[in-house]
Design a protein around this ligand. Structure first.
Ligand code: DAH
Length: 367
């Protein structure tokens, strides 16, 4: 018995002497491994008498359990020590200045996104989000586009089969516009509502101004006594702030969208020459967004009483805004991940867009 106690002390001391995981593993093999000390003692039991075997066997099993516990404890301790040493070694000093030669750039789409959020944020809008994969109810039906509505063909939709149903009407879509976020917001929030919803959208289209994935920003305002005058004032302030001009000619052309009535498209004044597009002057017009008063059917679909509340909505392409504001001719290049392109058109990561500090920081002078 005394021997067992001494042996225990000896083995535990051996385990605790291990200063790293490798030495501990060697100790484990030397004690409880196939050819280990303890294993050998267990094997020797067979040479003892039945009585001795019983007594010794019990003691050895107890010893083994204690040795294994000591091994486990030492292992956790050394693992933690190793992790802490690794973390200490890998510490990054975030206060160090950026090294220009490895500096990342902000993509123009992210930049425009920040600018749009800064402008509408200051007007009191908050940012809402919705899923990229939508059901047809939110992408179409609730927006006053029931099945077989001709307007559904205007949008070259990517459909996704529904594993639980063979009915085509139950298939999902990757959202063709950010307008479904209007419905999701109305479902979750009571008026007054004032949101913008920037995000990815998808249509089967590909040329210099269309890519299968692109970005839109949706706007929705709902309250009592909202009129077209609010829409016009809000969007006028937006384009002035966005193009960083004190004045800009605008006009609204009557248009058609199923989810608004009346509907309009907003144009801004510009000058188009062979090689240049100058925004804010000249006799030409450039379409920049779709808008209108929210259709009563849409309010109803979102659970809002159109006899009490009215609203306006608008939607525009973020990538298109980037092309216009920063003079980028081909949309397809946006998504090619060419580092040279990003270096040329991208923005300094530390120049955050804000209404007080400057939107694009001197029209891109800091690029
Ligand atoms: N969803 C439309 C599109 O993708 C854009 C749009 C037009 C959104 C008018 C609106 C709106 O909210 O009122 O073409």
């Amino acid at each position: 018995m005394e021997n067992i106690e001494n042996l225990k002390k000896e083995l535990v001391a051996e385990i605790e002497a291990a200063q790293d995981l490798k030495t501990l593993e060697e100790a484990r093999v030397a004690i409880t491994g196939k050819k280990g000390k303890l294993t050998a003692m267990m094997k020797d039991l067979s040479s003892l008498s039945v009585e001795e075997k019983k007594e010794m066997g019990k003691n050895l099993n107890l010893l083994k359990a204690e040795v294994e516990k000591a091994l486990d404890q030492r292992k956790s301790l050394l693992e933690e020590k190793a992790l802490n040493e690794k973390l200490a070694k890998e510490t990054v000093d975030v206060t160090l200045p950026v090294r220009p030669e490895i500096q990342g750039r902000i993509h123009p789409v992210s930049k425009i996104y920040e600018e749009v959020v800064a402008i509408f944020g200051q007007m009191g809008f908050s940012v809402a989000e919705g899923p990229d994969i939508e059901d047809q109810f939110h992408n179409f039906n609730a927006l006053n586009m029931p099945a077989n509505h001709p307007a559904r063909q205007m949008q070259d939709t990517f459909y996704i089969p529904n594993p639980d149903s063979d009915d085509f009407d139950d298939s999902y879509v990757v959202r063709t516009h950010t307008s479904p976020v209007q419905i999701r917001t109305m479902e979750n929030q009571q008026p007054p509502i004032r949101i913008i919803a920037p995000g990815r959208t998808y249509r089967s289209d590909y040329d210099a101004t269309h890519t299968p994935m692109f970005h839109q920003v949706e706007g929705l305002v709902i309250d009592k006594n909202i009129t077209m005058a609010h829409l016009k004032g809000c969007l006028y302030d937006f384009v002035k702030a966005f193009f960083e001009l004190d004045e800009i000619p605008v006009r609204y052309r009557p248009s058609y969208f199923p989810f608004t009535e009346p509907s309009a498209e907003m144009d801004i004044g510009c000058l188009k020459t062979k090689n240049e597009l100058k925004i804010g002057a000249g006799n030409d017009w450039l379409e920049i967004l779709g808008c209108g008063m929210v259709h009563p059917n849409v309010l109803r679909a979102g659970g809002i009483d159109p006899d009490v509340y009215q609203g306006f909505a608008f939607g525009m392409g973020i990538d298109r805004l980037a092309m216009l504001k920063y003079g980028i001719p081909d949309l397809r290049t946006f998504f090619e991940s060419d580092v040279r392109w990003l270096k040329h058109y991208g923005f300094n990561a530390l120049d955050e867009a804000s209404m007080t500090g400057g939107l694009s920081n001197n029209g891109g002078a800091n690029r």
